[in-house]
Design a protein around this ligand. Structure first.
Ligand code: AMP
Ligand code: GLY
Length: 441
């Protein structure tokens, strides 16, 4: 199969790597790709959101399948344009990608579909928003409506913090048009997990559960990042919960979108909050008009219209079978559900980041140790480039290192052994990936 993968981060490297593991011999291209993807695919020198350029490339090269990694081209309508020209695309049309691109749209869909989520209201007037704050208790969550590169969410512990966040977003223009509308949202208690569902417009196949580590430092301290590591499976998601998540969260959303004329084909990523003690003392007792029936164990925190990063790097190595067939069948609306099996192995992914990330960081540092190996590990490139045969850093997140094993302990140990071999000036990682799973014993 001739396949174009759009994007150039750790997630897209993992997609290309997993396609290259299929028994069939695919011809893989990546746009713009990265130094790691260049070893497994032919680089197409086009930016991920260059809709015109990618469409022209596809018309000339006639790929059997295009897989879109990042949200920006989806929201901009890359899938629409490619579909219009007759191509099979894994990644939703722009109207579908609004489930990620607009948090108020996501809430509207969830409400219409009866999907459990926190109560929220939408404001464009800062005074009206602030007046409503006491209804939500503390902590309270303030969110910019649009895409804000993961930085548009403030979990405010005090009224002052909440008020400042509203002012920053609505009056301060801190988030540009993404912050022209804000949501005030009920704080949800529990433990987060990520569910990546492969959707064909009607049916869904749930990939194995995973858990991201959003804070930059050990013990979930410090600012939020794009994700510092992940592991799969996440024990907070018990086997009996997957069918429940499919029936109560994924399929109602797919049907609601379909009823609005949106055929959603691609990944529907549900960020969930699992509250194992939903009948305990409700910390949200001040909240009126709960959308979520209090007592719901599973609540949606957010939807994304794409594979998660770094969750993908931990989930894809656990899939057996033809990954290309799974994605192609979803793109064509004919998912069987038997394309892929999930291995019983565990996987853990550790991010190696540049000093200063998620704030300012330096680029262009020379990487050493990539030629070394540890069995059952893969180093995915997130932010690198090749210059005169050297691999240099070019991003805040530089590598995703995944280890696999028959136990999570084995997977984590292998990943860290491999992390120890890779070095560049200012490299750092969290040392406690999968800690929540280990704390459970
Ligand atoms: P989002 O971009 O909506 O995923 O939010 C980023 C992060 O903020 C989430 O992964 C959560 O850790 C946190 N968060 C967002 N909304 C809530 C909420 N309603 N309750 C608790 N934490 C939240
Ligand atoms: N790891 C979180 C995300 O991909 O949005």
């Amino acid at each position: 199969m001739k396949i174009l993968v759009v994007g150039g981060g750790g997630r897209e490297h993992a997609i290309v790597w997993r396609l290259s593991q299929d028994q069939e011999n695919h011809e893989i291209y990546s746009a713009p790709g990265n130094a790691g993807m260049a070893e497994l695919s032919k680089i197409v020198n086009l930016k991920a959101d260059d809709i015109e350029g990618i469409t022209a490339w596809a018309l000339a090269e006639k790929p059997d399948l295009v897989v879109v990694g990042p949200e920006a081209p989806l929201v901009k309508g890359l899938s629409d344009e490619l579909q219009k020209n007759g191509f099979d695309v894994f990644g939703p049309v722009a109207d579908g990608a609004r489930i990620e691109g607009s948090k108020s749209f996501a809430k509207e869909i969830m409400k219409a579909a009866g999907v459990p989520t926190g109560k929220a209201e939408v404001f464009d007037d800062p005074e009206k928003a602030k007046a409503q704050l006491p209804e939500y208790g503390l902590p309270v969550v303030i969110k910019a409506d649009g895409l804000a590169a993961g930085k548009g969410v403030i979990v405010a512990e005090t009224l002052e913090e909440a008020t400042n966040a509203i002012d920053d977003m609505l009056s301060g223009n801190k988030f540009g048009s993404a912050g022209a509308t804000v949501l005030i949202e009920e704080f949800l208690h529990g433990e987060e997990c990520s569910i990546l569902a492969v959707v064909d417009g009607e049916r869904a196949f749930l990939l194995p559960s995973s858990q991201d580590h959003k804070r930059v430092f050990d013990g979930d301290k410090g600012p939020n990042t794009g994700g510092m590591g992940a592991y799969s499976p996440a024990p907070i998601v018990t086997d009996d919960m997957l069918p429940e998540i499919k029936q109560k969260v994924i399929l109602p959303v797919v049907r609601e979108l379909s009823a609005r004329g949106i055929v959603y084909r691609g990944i529907l990523y549900a960020g969930l909050m699992i509250n194992e003690n939903p009948d305990g003392l409700s910390p949200n007792s001040k909240v009126k008009n709960h959308l979520a029936a209090s007592g719901d164990k599973i609540n949606v925190v957010e939807f994304n219209a794409r594979f998660g990063d770094p969750e993908t790097e931990a989930v894809l190595p656990r899939l057996k079978g033809s990954f290309a067939k799974l994605l192609l069948n979803a793109a064509r609306g004919c998912l069987n559900g038997d394309e892929i099996e999930v291995s019983t192995d565990s996987a853990a992914t550790v991010i190696i980041a540049s000093a200063g990330y998620p704030g300012d960081y330096q680029k262009g540092k020379k990487v050493r140790g990539l030629e070394q190996k540890v069995d059952n590990t893969v180093v995915f490139h997130c932010g690198t480039k090749e210059v005169d045969g050297d691999i240099l850093t070019s991003g805040g997140r530089v590598f995703s290192v995944t280890g696999c094993g028959s136990t999570l302990r084995e997977a984590v140990d292998r990943a860290y052994e491999r992390v120890g071999q890779v070095s560049f000036e200012g490299a750092f990682s969290r040392t406690d990936i999968a800690r929540r799973a280990f704390e459970r014993g």
